[in-house]
Design a protein around this ligand. Structure first.
Ligand code: ADP
Ligand code: MG
Length: 354
């Protein structure tokens, strides 16, 4: 498969502060890549480098096999075969929706007939019927977002860059738009480089997720692989594994370890080398039982909280660590029982790793 975008060992500092610490990756034609990472980890910096709006300290960016950014050279954004959709949509307020969408084509002196044809396709694809004469201030957030996407897609760029495209929309609209965007990009076979701090947005959109933390890439894999086999504590935490307990390893196998929690032993997936580990898991993967069952450890309930579809139960292990799990029914404070977690939902990392 043809490579559209290639990043080779990108490093970027703002003054003394190194924000990107050697980022390398390839984006193939038609692929949707989501860079997922906490706020401040360097996502926008990376995106702006790809767009040609920021310089770099070392490394290079290749677009369609051509070097567009090196420490000595920056091809400006307007000369790159890419388009960007910004967090705040960045529509021109003094232009109608139509003028915004066709601006780029007019600038390229495209035949007016072709412009009309392309515009019609975009209006249909993004459900913009009846909105083209409105000004951005007369459009809702969701409508502005559609106009911004139409403005990018009408140029048929090699790659579309999206910086947290949904974070200014309310929750319901966000869920609808992420599905719709993924559908449109797939239909048009658009190559997409998308950055977000929201795991569900990355899951819904991406063919591959790039998990970034403090300027380095922790994992590149399909959403399913990242979710089921998070390679580091940071990835596990980011993808919902909010529970973690410190344990000693009793036995190492090839891909799994047995760890000791008080009087109990748990078999876990191994991402560790040493004997002092931290085991991560998700509240929704826990099953409470009154007696000891396979792969369970003893706990005592601290407090239940009703959440509608389930109770979120805060509890303490007999090694003194707080854990949270979901349960269909209420469990009273001080209830003693066992928490079972399937071995493939328990992730063991070296205690001292990130
Ligand atoms: P993200 O998009 O993942 O939230 P950013 O790329 O915006 O992260 O920022 C990464 C880090 O770089 C942050 O700590 C931020 O404060 C810092 N930073 C971003 N832009 C600048 C700048 N122009 N000058 C100095 N520091 C910056
Ligand atoms: Mg950002």
């Amino acid at each position: 498969m043809e490579t559209i975008l290639e990043l080779k060992d990108i490093r970027k500092s703002y003054g003394q502060k190194e924000v990107l610490k050697g980022i390398s990756l390839e984006v193939k034609k038609g692929e949707i890549i989501s860079v997922l990472g906490p706020s401040g980890c360097g996502k926008s910096t990376l995106l702006n480098i790809i767009a040609g709006m920021l310089d770099i300290n070392t490394g290079k960016v290749l677009l369609n096999g051509v070097e567009v950014t090196t420490p000595k050279k920056i091809v400006p954004i307007e000369k790159r075969d890419l388009n960007m959709v910004f967090q705040d949509f960045a529509l021109w307020p003094h232009m109608s929706a139509k003028e915004n969408v066709i601006y780029g084509l007019k600038l390229k002196k495209t035949d007016p007939k072709i412009i009309e044809d392309k515009l019609e396709k975009m209006v249909e694809l993004l459900h913009l019927q009846g909105l083209m004469d409105q000004y951005p201030s007369e459009l809702s957030g969701g409508q502005q977002q559609r106009v911004a996407i139409a403005r990018a897609l009408i140029m048929s760029p090699s790659i579309v860059l999206l910086d947290e495209p949904l974070c200014n929309l309310d929750v319901q609209l966000r869920i609808e738009m992420r599905t719709e965007m993924a559908q449109i990009f797939r239909q048009l076979k658009t190559t997409v480089f998308h950055v977000t701090h929201d795991p569900s947005e990355a899951f819904a959109m991406a063919d591959r997720i790039v998990i970034m933390d403090r300027g380095v890439i922790d994992q590149i894999a399909t959403p399913q692989e990242c979710y089921l086999r998070p390679k580091s504590k940071v990835v596990a935490g980011l993808l919902g594994a909010g529970d973690h307990i410190k344990c000693k390893v009793q036995r190492h196998e090839k891909d799994s370890v047995d760890v000791i929690v008080g009087d109990d032993v748990l078999e876990c997936l191994s991402f560790c080398k040493g004997d002092d580990v931290e085991v991560f898991f998700r509240a929704e993967d826990c099953h409470f039982s009154k007696t000891a069952v396979e792969n369970s450890f003893k706990i005592q309930v601290i407090m239940p909280t009703f959440e509608g579809s389930a109770y979120r139960i805060k509890a303490r292990s007999f090694t003194g660590e707080e854990v949270t799990f979901l349960n269909d029914s209420e469990l009273k404070t001080d209830t003693v029982g066992y928490l079972q977690v399937p071995k493939d939902k328990l992730y063991a990392y070296d205690a001292l790793s990130d």
